[in-house]
Design a protein around this ligand. Sequence first.
Ligand code: SAM
Length: 272
Amino acid sequence: MSLADLPPLREALERHDLMARKSFGQHFLLDLNVTRKIARLAQVGEGDTVIEVGPGPGGLTRALLETGARVVAIEKDSRFLPLLAEVAEVAEGRLELVEGDALKVDDAKAAGGPAHVVSNLPYNVGTQLLINWLTGPFRPLSMTLMFQKEVADRIVAQAGDDAYGRLAVISQVLCEARVVMDLPAKAFTPPPKVASAVARLVPKADPPPAEVIGALERVTAAAFGQRRKMLRSSLKALGGATLCERAGVNPDARAEVIDLAGFLSLARASLV
Ligand code: SAM
């Protein structure tokens, strides 16, 4: 038997008597045309290792395996493991299943080397997982991630946009970030309340050093924590107007209009 011989996803769910659970953020993609499109957008293939968080019924997992990639799939809901084991059986050793909470799993150890991350993320932990991959010890080669549309918009927002904030600054300082696909709620089973979008993030070759990123996290937390205030006031604890002047940034401006270069300059100035 091969991947192509696996039963349709709905049939596999029925056979294993599996229903979606809200508490696990379960909204499934049961159309393989959609999951194949995500796998294509992820640009992975033979020789690549992919970490997939939350394989659930395995629609995206199958599409990733079809590209020839090796997949390490981390699933918290143990009910799905027997169904996923059937996929592993026909994957010629290219699917490894890890039962556990993706927030606690050591990705580097699980992947055993450099890896891409591709996932239809559980919404309740999606942003936290992204922050971990951006700033934690394990840096994926690329990330192709389904979020609520509102979160995807926050990742790619530009200075002056309503959605511009910490997530945009940290994501775009470290990665090239784009929204590559929009999906309506009805594409999922069961449909969530909101639309979704796939964001693709590719780490920049020459990111700022860790201490600058640490400073950037502090500066953006303070500046966007009081986004209606002028920087001279929101950044008071970090040096206020003096810090802004050292960084060449207008102290009377508000966080929402400061671009990436401005925030990087503030972060660097805060370290001197
Ligand atoms: N990949 C499947 C698909 O596209 O149909 C399922 C996506 S569903 C939005 C999210 C999946 O993540 C579910 O299978 C859920 O059980 C799993 N999940 C939820 N929280 C998790 C966590 N903390 N760690 C690992 N998996 C988790």
